[in-house]
Design a protein around this ligand. Structure first.
Ligand SMILES: NC(=O)c1ccc[n+]([C@@H]2O[C@H](COP(=O)([O-])OP(=O)(O)OC[C@H]3O[C@@H](n4cnc5c(N)ncnc54)[C@H](O)[C@@H]3O)[C@@H](O)[C@H]2O)c1
Length: 406
């Protein structure tokens, strides 16, 4: 095989963003598009450079049964996201899934067992781990220059768009919380019901890649399940996880997007405090990260020109930089830097074509999803600490089988 026939399921903002990238990348041919709302198929077809012969599917079963699809790009936003990824593998399709991978522990195990049984490629398409400054930090920490990292903070907080919390289930149109009065039939979406801490995936993925570690224990805490900022959002504004890693790093990570916060504040922020130095992102967008190294004649931390974009962007990735950040003429809520997204799609392609094994495997993917799910479980059980399982096969769990009870 030298070309992957790929079907994109979930044609919202992220699905359209992926479509625009995959349509232009060597090694991919988009052969199918799908969404449970047939009304938005046309918009996606119109985005393709050549839509001839491209099938559209309103049912996921039909997408999975499509013989012209080798791999599924899964861009849905729903509680069943993990089960849908597992079903793709069980149907003989490779799968590249959007974050956060899964929303239940059963689905995490189902993905792992299906990947092991089939040997197909499962990729969690988390892209922050490839940011330029994260790669630089990984080199410093893994090279031992900072010593033992004792404490890590991460957060994904921002004044998010409130367009994704309600949806008209007849038309598929999302309804902003400010416009609910004009849409009495709009229903709360998964974005509305989901515990915010389920979205730890980005920050955990990035920080675990820096630390080369996994979370062993987690506890959580959250605000009341009713926003203080929006009457119509019946969900915590913020939830926090405290995590202890296998190598003994303590992490504090927070998620929430409905509190008031300036748009100039960076939404993903990190701080690492180690035995021999510190690393920190700035608080404001555009502010450079800083580093302080013990024993290096530095009186204080110095700003370093590390950015999210990489200093080694290859020409084929740079060529994607003009991909628009609008969908249907409005700012996209699913836009991210295409030159970084390129790395995710390249890794998936190279793994399927046998050119390079995945560097972010199914076990590491679940190491980002499971602590988030268990942090939410901890919150619902009065902040009870919970052990996080290691997903690798063991004597008690042979490869290809989920543990008893899962
Ligand atoms: N990596 C990133 O930077 C990033 C950014 C935004 C969103 N995301 C992730 O991407 C995914 C899609 O996000 P989005 O912003 O495009 O969401 P969205 O709500 O705009 O679109 C999701 C689409 O999936 C469709 N869908 C298909 N099958 C579905 C099902 N069974 N149940 C519910 N919906 C179904 C919906 O109809 C909708 O059109 C989510 O998993 C989200 O977490 C990732």
């Amino acid at each position: 095989m030298d070309e992957i026939r790929i079907g994109i399921f979930g044609l919202g903002h992220r699905g359209i963003h992926w479509l625009r990238i995959l349509d232009r990348m060597d090694g991919y041919r988009i052969t199918a598009l799908g969404d449970i709302f047939a009304s938005i198929h046309e918009r996606a077809l119109n985005e393709l450079s050549d839509s001839r012969g491209v099938e559209t599917h309103a049912s996921y079963e039909d997408m999975l049964a499509d013989p012209n699809v080798d791999a599924i790009a899964l861009c849905v936003r729903c509680e069943e996201q993990g089960a849908m990824a597992a079903r793709a593998l069980e149907s003989g399709k490779h799968v590249s899934s959007e974050v956060p991978a899964a929303h239940t522990m059963e689905d995490c195990w189902r993905i792992v067992a299906a990947q092991e049984r089939t040997g197909l490629v499962y990729l969690l398409a988390e892209q922050l781990r490839y940011h330029g400054f994260i790669t630089a930090w990984r080199g410093l920490v893994r090279g031992g220059r900072l010593g033992h990292v004792g404490y890590v903070e991460g957060e994904y907080m921002g004044r998010k768009d409130t367009r994704r919390y309600y949806r008209d289930m007849t038309t598929g149109e999302f309804v902003d919380v400010a416009d609910l009065a004009a849409h009495p039939d709009a229903q709360p979406t998964w974005m509305h019901r989901m515990p915010p801490i389920h979205y730890l995936c980005h920050d955990l993925s990035a920080m675990l890649s820096v630390l080369d570690d996994r979370v062993a224990r987690v506890t959580g805490m959250g605000a009341r399940p009713q926003s203080y900022a929006h009457d119509a959002i019946h969900r915590s504004d913020v939830q926090v996880a405290l995590l202890r890693t296998e190598k003994d790093t303590i992490m504090r990570m927070a998620c929430g997007w409905t509190l008031g916060r300036s748009r100039e504040t960076r939404s993903h922020r990190y701080q690492l405090i180690a035995s021999h130095g510190t690393l920190e992102t700035g608080a404001a967008r555009g502010e450079l990260p800083s580093m302080w190294l013990a024993g290096s004649q530095m009186h204080d931390a110095a700003r370093v020109d590390w950015r999210t974009e990489r200093a080694d962007t290859p020409p084929e990735a740079a060529a994607l930089a003009d991909i628009p950040n609008t969908v249907g003429g409005r700012p996209s809520t699913g836009y991210s830097e295409p030159t970084i997204d390129y790395i995710v799609h390249k890794n998936f392609r190279d793994a399927i074509l046998g050119e390079k094994p995945l560097e972010f495997d199914v076990y590491q993917a679940m190491d980002t999803a499971a602590p988030a799910i268990l942090a939410a479980d901890s919150i619902s059980q009065g902040s009870k600490p919970i052990e996080v399982p290691d997903f690798h096969p063991s004597e008690s769990r042979p490869a290809g089988r989920a543990p008893a009870g899962m």
